[in-house]
Design a protein around this ligand. Structure first.
Ligand SMILES: Nc1ncnc2c1ncn2[C@@H]1O[C@H](COP(=O)(O)OP(=O)(O)OP(=O)(O)O)[C@@H](O)[C@H]1O
Length: 236
């Protein structure tokens, strides 16, 4: 589970997060929407331990990230907007390297290959140098790392920006697979369409606050867009 309890973050005098309370259960895909500067990346960075909270707590799988960063990192995977891989290593070798870094269970070459296959990386690409990979292929390697380390919580920041519609659709299916395996997913996105398609909940952030939470399955695309835009603007 991913949990924020009265989580606040100041940058100097500027408040970027104003007491966030949020719980994302195993199997949920929670999409954070919000205008630029609303606090989405700050939220994710706090869960990943990249920055320290000013007050409050960020918990992953019951572990306080600021108090026990190493323990928290063991159950977490992260997919940034641009996944960086070692360009001269193959997808397989990158996975081997990152899975070893992550610690956890010893995996055989067959296990690692199975992780890449589950992540949807084509057989003929697995042993090619990653420098020739598309954005979608690099993301699949990152998903394979999440599978290999048996991550309980997955954080994503703008993963579908710059993906073509087919790659974006494929990526959403992968996320759904992970969530059906019990991973809790928190994703910052500007992609309302994907949030509606794959999210189990959508949270709208404005000026460091979660101002609305929606169940996408209970609402149409047009209504979702209208409500999200209204909340982001602060017209309510
Ligand atoms: N390192 C920093 N130092 C000072 N202010 C920062 C820093 N990082 C973010 N901020 C400010 O904190 C607020 C929240 O920023 P954040 O990056 O979390 O927003 P965001 O919702 O992810 O935006 P975007 O959609 O543009 O990625 C903004 O006002 C931003 O300018």
């Amino acid at each position: 589970m991913i949990e924020a309890i009265d989580l606040k973050k100041f940058y100097g005098q500027h408040i970027a997060l104003r007491g966030l309370n949020l719980a994302v259960q195993p199997g949920e895909i929670f999409c954070l929407l919000g205008a630029n500067g609303a606090g989405k990346t700050t939220t994710i960075s706090l869960f990943l331990g990249f920055i320290a909270p000013s007050s409050g707590r960020a918990l992953v799988n019951g572990v306080d990230v600021a108090a026990s960063p190493d323990e928290a990192k063991r159950s977490v995977a992260y997919i940034p907007e641009t996944v960086t891989l070692y360009p001269t290593l193959s997808g397989f070798e990158n996975l081997e390297y990152f899975a070893t870094l992550a610690g956890g269970a010893e995996l055989t070459k067959a296990d690692l290959k199975a992780c890449l296959e589950r992540a949807g990386l084509r057989e003929d690409a697995i042993h090619r140098p990653a420098k020739g990979y598309s954005k979608g292929m690099r993301q699949k390697v990152a998903i394979a790392v999440a599978i290999a380390k048996n991550a309980k919580a997955l954080f994503l920041d703008e993963p579908t920006s710059g993906l073509d519609p087919q790659a974006s659709n494929e990526f959403s299916r992968l996320l759904e697979q992970l969530s059906s395996d019990g991973v809790a997913v928190l994703m910052a996105t500007h992609d309302l369409f994907r949030a509606k398609e794959s999210g189990t909940r959508i949270g709208i952030m404005r000026s460091g606050e979660l101002v609305d939470t929606l169940i996408p399955s209970a609402i149409g695309h047009a209504e979702l867009e209208e409500r999200a835009l209204r909340q982001m603007r602060g017209a309510d």
